[in-house]
Write a protein that binds this ligand. Structure first.
Ligand code: WTA
Length: 653
């Protein structure tokens, strides 16, 4: 397996544990016997979890795995996902409960009850149907964190249309490739978005993306910033003109348990993002089950806040589907954590008495940098469960989170999962697990994960290798949109003999048999919890006229987890690699992919280290990027290359 960075190795010397308090355990949703119950009969366990939902037609079979790796869960069952997330709570007498405390970045607020959510979703569903959108059609959504984004997702689910949310920070080129890949009929966006206290354009980027896009019939525009935007007659419609006048009555139709719910693109090891496909019944079951147990959520009592963006899987599963299926009252915040000041999150926690807070290690490390005195200024006593997701959390950040945010008592759940897994897979259970800073610990009841060696044999306690999922799970991806071969190849070929799902993460067991995640073992980087492939950034770089060749690595970064470091060879070697040229390249990558992919550093070099078969040895470049002594160079075709790179960098060339 690929080598781990020293920072990650340090994780494994951590030995503190934090057992749950008796008071917490006494009231916890999860109990220790869940593990044994699930092990005794996995399918019966999941069937019980599926009972959390309203099914119009009950399933006849829990799992059909005969056509592996294509799973069918709750075979023959029929349900409407939006009905489950909205209508049934109103029908049960909770229409007046706030579903969403929406907090706009500039300070505007909007509280939306379940009854209002039902009206908004129904109106949007009627509006989409009036445009001819029907079951199975694809709808692309590129929007900031405004309530209409959630209405739109649920309205799609309600009518059986497949949504595909594209993160607001993605470039027009990135949006276009996703729209084309799925042949989206409709694109929904906003005029602009608030970012760091300023209104930034959105619709003009969408216009640029959609020039000549053949599949797109309509573009629906939500007014957010009020900035003037160009309107294409016959194609563009204002949300308020289209939706507001619609009837708030809409009869939800039941769809098959395996009906596609959404496509979400994520980076893989090649340049082309993969459209991960999720379906309805199994996904919603696992989303609701995990949200209930991992966060110990109590409907009608807790105020929950997941700080993710709906453009990522965490926003899908833990802002939209899981929480709403569980009748959660939640905060949805539009903006950045330091606008207008660095205490913004804690101010919101205090104001809304947030009790469950779910965020990413990169943000925790940023809070640490901003200083302990900032959270100390606010009343955070409402917080009782804290979550982390997106990358390994280093013990320092974990302890800081516990002490400064969790008053030394709130359990921290370090949740490992992926876009592909749909929902949380490995995590402590609050009230049950004695937590360990830095370890995600155990597969949840009903889930099975193993750490295996190169041959697919499980390693022993203290051993390291690859993380695999050895049994199907309800929220698992059902494929890559339009590319069955890539689905098999990416996830199921590495351990084909055993039939294991290969997650792409390195992992270890500690002496207790707990799992520690050690980062990606493929060419996927994790920057602030965002997956970006090295190839994607390399192809963006070589698409610039001055670049002859590029190699990109993820180097350990104290705040963002990894930072993108690019090594480029310029064309003809005549062009000088001065600051301006480098800045232009960074901007070029931002334009091609989006600002999140902007390299932290670009180093202009004369040569790249390659094996005799021509493969770039990223391991060596990572040594340079992390200021380490360069490792074993014996497999290089020309071992002097590394000296050339290192000396060139020292002399500033
Ligand atoms: C990483 C985000 C360690 C991992 C939900 C995985 C983690 C990738 C953790 C998926 C965690 C996520 N500890 N690593 N708790 N959570 N990862 O698809 O490398 O955006 O493969 O899904 O993030 O990223 P994705």
């Amino acid at each position: 397996m690929t080598e781990q960075s020293p920072a990650l190795d340090n994780l494994l010397t951590e030995s503190r544990t934090f057992p749950p308090s008796e008071t917490f355990s006494a009231q916890a949703n999860a109990t220790a016997d869940f593990y044994a119950e699930a092990d005794a009969d996995r399918e019966a366990f999941w069937a019980k979890q599926a009972e959390r939902l309203h099914w119009d037609t009950k399933w006849s079979q829990v799992l059909d795995w005969t056509n592996a790796p294509f799973a069918k869960w709750f075979v023959g069952g029929k349900l409407n996902v939006a009905y489950n997330c909205v209508d049934r709570h109103v029908a049960d007498g909770h229409g007046e409960q706030v579903a969403i405390h929406w907090v706009g970045e500039p300070g505007d607020n909007r509280d939306i009850t379940y009854a209002q959510l039902k009206d908004e979703v129904s109106k949007a569903a009627n509006a989409f149907e009036s445009l001819g959108i029907t079951s199975g059609d694809r709808v692309a959504i590129q929007m900031p964190m405004v309530p209409e984004a959630i209405f739109a997702m649920l309205a799609c689910a309600r009518i059986g249309a497949v949504h595909s949310v594209v993160f607001g920070g993605f470039s027009p080129t990135a949006l276009r490739s996703r729209v084309d890949d799925q042949a989206a009929k409709i694109v929904i966006t906003t005029d602009g978005q608030y970012r760091r206290g300023k209104a930034a354009p959105m619709k003009v980027n969408v216009d640029e993306a959609l020039e000549g896009a053949e599949s797109v019939e309509k573009v629906i525009v939500v007014r957010r910033t009020g900035d003037e935007v160009p309107i294409t007659e016959g194609r563009d419609l204002w949300w308020h003109e289209l939706v507001d006048g619609q009837s708030a009555e809409h009869a939800p139709q039941a769809f098959d348990s395996e009906h596609p719910l959404f496509i979400l693109y994520t980076s893989g090891t090649t340049g082309k993002p993969k459209g991960i496909l999720h379906t309805s019944g199994g996904y919603l079951t696992q989303a609701a089950y995990t949200h209930h147990n991992v966060f110990d959520h109590k409907a009608g009592e807790d105020v929950y806040w997941c700080t993710a963006d709906i453009g990522w899987i965490t926003g899908h599963t833990y802002i939209v589907y899981g929480p709403l299926a569980n009748r959660t009252t939640q905060v949805v915040y539009e903006g950045t954590p330091n606008t207008p000041h660095e205490g913004r999150h804690w101010e919101i926690v205090q104001q809304h008495k947030v009790s469950i807070y779910y965020t990413a290690p990169t943000l925790i490390r940023t809070f640490m940098k901003w200083g302990n005195e900032i959270p100390q200024k606010y009343d955070l006593s409402s917080l009782r469960v804290l979550g982390s997701v997106g990358e390994p959390i280093n013990p320092e950040a974990w302890i800081w989170y516990r002490e400064n945010v969790g008053a030394n008592s709130a359990p921290i759940v370090d949740t490992w999962w992926q876009t592909e897994t749909g929902a949380i897979m490995i995590s402590p259970l609050p009230g049950v697990t004695a937590t360990k800073p830095g370890s995600a610990q155990k597969a949840l009841p009903g889930i099975s994960a193993k750490v295996v060696d190169d041959q697919g044999v499980e390693v022993g306690k203290g051993g390291g290798g690859y993380l695999v999922l050895d049994k199907p799970w309800p929220g698992m991806l059902r494929g890559i949109w339009g590319d069955e071969e890539r689905f098999r190849e990416t996830y199921w070929s590495r351990f084909a003999d055993q039939g294991y799902y290969f997650a792409g993460d390195g992992a270890k067991y500690d002496a207790d048999g707990d799992i520690w995640l050690l980062g990606r073992v493929d060419d996927v980087m994790n920057v602030s919890g965002h997956r970006i492939s090295t190839t994607e950034v390399e192809s963006a770089l070589v698409s610039h006229p001055t670049v002859a060749e590029a190699a990109v690595v993820g180097a350990t970064d104290p705040t963002t987890g990894q930072g993108i470091v690019a090594f480029v060879i310029l064309r003809g070697n005549a062009v000088d690699g001065g600051e301006e040229a480098v800045q232009e390249l960074r901007d070029h990558v931002a334009k091609e992919i989006g600002p999140i992919a902007k390299p932290r550093q670009i180093l202009v070099v004369q040569e790249l280290p390659k094996t005799r078969s021509g493969k770039i040895m990223r391991r060596l470049l990572r040594d340079v990027a992390e200021n380490r002594q360069v490792g074993d160079v014996t497999t290089l075709a020309d071992s002097s290359v590394m000296d050339l790179i290192s000396s060139g960098l020292k002399s500033g060339k």
